[in-house]
Design a protein around this ligand. Structure first.
Ligand code: GAR
Length: 189
């Protein structure tokens, strides 16, 4: 069995979709959902479908090996960031080199970097008058949104779109592509 740990900071609709996709999978399972926010709805979503959860704070994440030890104790093979808003610390990037995937709600390298997450991205895309946007799935290194790109998918933006309707289009692309890309990467890195 290959084991996935999902990091998420908030709602966790992508996390729920990934858990659902791998339910009953022959060789891949979601073993753990981790969050920096003990009130994040993603934690209830995971608990309700029987996936173990783990929360941490800034101090333990950046200044201890507690999160790494937890991942090791669960024999995690791949970390998946699904709406996770903190920079991944060096100890995790080092121990999970090429084994951390992130989804970003824009076509990187555009609209990436610190402060570019969630609705901030969609508002910036709308304000710039872009005619298309999309989703980037990439590996994670020490810098925000700079790791090797594994896959991108696009959608059109028309004049009537608002940041909210762009977010809906992006979520649909994410649900369709992220579980498949995780599966593909675990089978052929
Ligand atoms: C997703 O759209 C994801 O791409 C984005 O946050 C949203 C989380 O939604 N991630 C980032 O902006 C990371 N920089 P969800 O909690 O419903 O899955």
């Amino acid at each position: 069995m290959q084991r996935i740990a999902i990091f998420a900071s908030g709602t966790g609709t992508n996390a729920a979709r990934i858990i659902e996709y791998f339910k009953g999978h022959k060789t891949i399972e979601v073993s753990l959902v981790l969050s920096n926010n003990s009130k994040a709805p993603v934690l209830d979503k995971a608990t309700n479908v029987g996936v173990e959860t783990y929360t941490f704070n800034r101090e333990t994440f950046y200044n201890t090996n507690q999160v790494l030890n937890k991942l090791n104790s669960k024999k995690v093979d791949l970390i998946v960031l699904a709406g996770f808003m903190w920079l991944v610390p060096e100890n995790l990037v080092h121990s999970y080199s090429d084994r951390i995937m992130n989804i970003h709600p824009a076509l990187l390298p555009k609209y990436g970097g610190k402060g570019m997450y969630g609705m901030h991205v969609h508002r910036a895309v709308k304000e710039a008058g872009e005619t298309e946007t999309g989703v980037t799935i990439h590996l994670v290194n020490k810098e925000y949104d700079k790791g090797r790109i594994l896959a991108q998918s696009k959608c059109a933006i028309d004049k009537k779109d608002t940041p909210e309707t762009i977010a809906e289009k992006i979520h649909a692309l994410e649900y369709a592509n992220f579980p498949l890309e995780i599966e593909r990467y675990l089978i052929t890195p």
